[in-house]
Design a protein around this ligand. Structure first.
Ligand SMILES: [Mg+2]
Length: 192
């Protein structure tokens, strides 16, 4: 049987985003993130997959090791609540510096979602994307996922723009806990 998964943006969704974060000591999770991830994994069997754009690498602001150190720190913090991200995917490229082929992993492209889905045998129709940016919603829609937009960093005008483009997220959440409450209810309805 295929797994349901929660695809998660990283910066601005799981952890506060000071901008091109590379120092693991600066990693701070949003309230409720560890608890919600733990509950959705333990009681609903969701896989947790991070899909992140990390163009700071293309821009020369950080290295692959920096990205991995932050990922590792996130899982250390989640381990305090006895949970974890199952796998972190990221796209290090940006169109200002890299060719189109390389940039094909960058959200809103669904490429990394499909890669994860194949590797982990994920049922995309029963899976979700949570993110804080327009490109997260677009990536989720492009991958055939239900989408939840977090109002952590986004402007109201951007949300209106998304709706005008016919890209309305399935749910707009004030915080991570509310996003996961929506997912729990929706998933139970779909699975009933
Ligand atoms: Mg983000």
């Amino acid at each position: 049987m295929k797994h349901a998964a929660l695809f998660l943006d990283r910066d601005g969704t799981i952890n506060y985003d000071p901008g091109y974060i590379k120092d693991p000591k600066l990693v701070k999770l949003y309230p409720g993130v560890a608890e919600s991830i733990s509950e959705l994994k333990e009681f609903f069997g969701f896989l947790m997959i991070v899909i992140s754009n990390q163009s700071g690498i293309a821009r020369g602001l950080m290295t692959h090791q920096d990205v991995r150190a932050v990922n590792k720190r996130i899982n250390e913090l989640l381990a305090e609540k006895k949970t974890s991200i199952d796998e972190f995917y990221y796209c290090p490229y940006h169109s200002d510096f890299d060719d189109e082929e390389k940039c094909s992993c960058r959200k809103p492209s669904p490429k990394l979602v499909f890669e994860a889905s194949e590797k982990h045998n994920i049922d995309l129709k029963r899976s979700y994307f949570i993110g804080d940016k327009i490109s997260d919603v677009e990536c989720g829609i492009n991958a055939g996922l239900k989408t939840i937009l977090l109002k952590n960093t986004i402007q109201d005008s951007e949300i209106i723009h998304l709706k005008n483009e016919g890209k309305t997220p399935n749910f707009v959440a004030g915080n991570f806990t509310d996003a996961c409450e929506y997912i729990k209810k929706d998933f139970m309805e779909v699975s009933a």
